[in-house]
Design a protein around this ligand. Structure first.
Ligand code: 3HC
Length: 311
């Protein structure tokens, strides 16, 4: 009966075990995982656009090759996450339909434009840095397929973060104009990166339940603080100034004091009113439509192979 099933579910979660696809699970647990995993996958796929914008304009072949590898990694992360979400009984096509019809979200951060080459470095350093801070705890998520997908993704994100930091280091050691370009990118990407971690805990819809279920290991505010503590010293190494006059180390707290991002802006961007929301979705839907023939060809080929295998 369901009482035993629920008891078995909580026995696994409370002993830090893993829930696998065939295990009994509360319907609400399944639903919130589909929501989060799908939106995580959507973020990876949409996240290809801001950086993809610079592949044809990278300043050297080396930078172009690195950026190409990173954008391809993001596509792969999306596929791992859609595949992990499919273990919960949804299809990738259905999840994409929900994205295209604004019934599911993607990360706010990708609604900002990449105006200069330095933005590619800032995205690697800050956005992938924030993603790592958020994703490392997810490698211990109670849902097995999600946790395992995160292990591989976190390894690749580390490369993303390092290459972004290194690209900015090159600029800050270059001409005054190059250093100014890096500072301008930091000025524009700092607060949207802090906002990536979500609303403050007191305004978070899902945090309590997600933490009870071992999906979210740390609250939004704690991960945001962890990101600031990690990143502030890195800005010093770059010789760049974080655009927050109140940022300073607080010895009593053992953390940096800092100014929170504008959460009204976050909610505006989430609800579709960011600088690039419309163009991101138009590009996504166009890519899906133009790519239909690839999906059909792959399906036809798979059907033919399956038929031959039966023969
Ligand atoms: N952008 C868009 N929506 C956001 C958001 C953001 N930055 N932060 C919160 N939200 C949404 C939530 O999805 C939720 O809406 P929903 O009910 O329709 O899903 C609502 O705002 C309330 O927020 P909560 O804090 O209650 O929601 P969560 O408990 O889900 O916490 C989260 C939000 C921390 C983003 C969590 O969903 C999470 O950890 N997701 C997995 C990580 C992820 O999606 N990262 C995307 C980063 S980009 C990336 O990884 C690509 C990298 O390679 C660069």
């Amino acid at each position: 009966g369901t009482d035993e099933q629920e008891a078995a579910f909580y026995a696994i979660v409370d002993s830090d075990g893993r829930i696998e696809p065939r295990d009994a699970m509360p319907e609400a647990y399944r639903k919130t995982l589909i929501r989060q995993m799908a939106q995580h996958a959507h973020s990876e796929i949409i996240g290809m656009q801001p950086e993809g914008n610079w592949i044809s304009r990278a300043p050297s072949l080396r930078r172009k090759a690195i950026l190409l590898a990173k954008v391809q990694d993001e596509a792969g992360h999306g596929l791992y996450l859609y595949a992990a979400a499919e273990t919960l009984g949804v299809s990738r096509d259905h999840l994409l339909e929900l994205l295209h019809t604004h019934q599911q979200k993607y990360s706010s951060i990708f609604n900002y434009p990449t105006l200069t080459w330095a933005d590619v470095g800032a995205i690697g350093w800050l956005v992938d840095g924030a993603a790592i801070t958020n994703q490392v705890p997810l490698t211990r998520c109670s849902y097995g397929p999600y946790a395992r997908a995160m292990v591989r993704i976190c390894k690749e994100e580390s490369f993303h973060q390092r290459q972004g930091f290194e690209a900015l280091l090159t600029l800050t050691r270059g001409s005054a104009r190059q250093k100014a370009m890096a500072q301008d990118a930091l000025d524009r990407w700092w607060y949207p990166s802090l906002a990536m971690f979500g609303p403050p805990d007191r305004e978070s819809t899902h945090s309590d339940q997600s933490m009870r279920w071992g999906i979210k290991r740390f609250g939004n505010d704690e991960l945001r603080q962890r990101f600031v503590d990690m990143t502030a010293p890195q800005a010093d190494v770059l010789g760049l100034t974080i655009p927050d006059p109140d940022l300073r180390w607080n010895d009593e707290r053992g953390h940096y004091d800092f100014t929170q991002p504008d959460f009204d802006e976050l909610f505006r961007v989430i609800s579709g009113d960011g600088p690039c929301n419309r163009q991101r979705m138009e590009h996504r839907v166009a890519a899906h439509t133009e790519g239909a023939w690839v999906r059909e060809a792959a399906a036809a080929y798979a059907a033919k192979r399956a038929k031959r295998a039966e023969a």
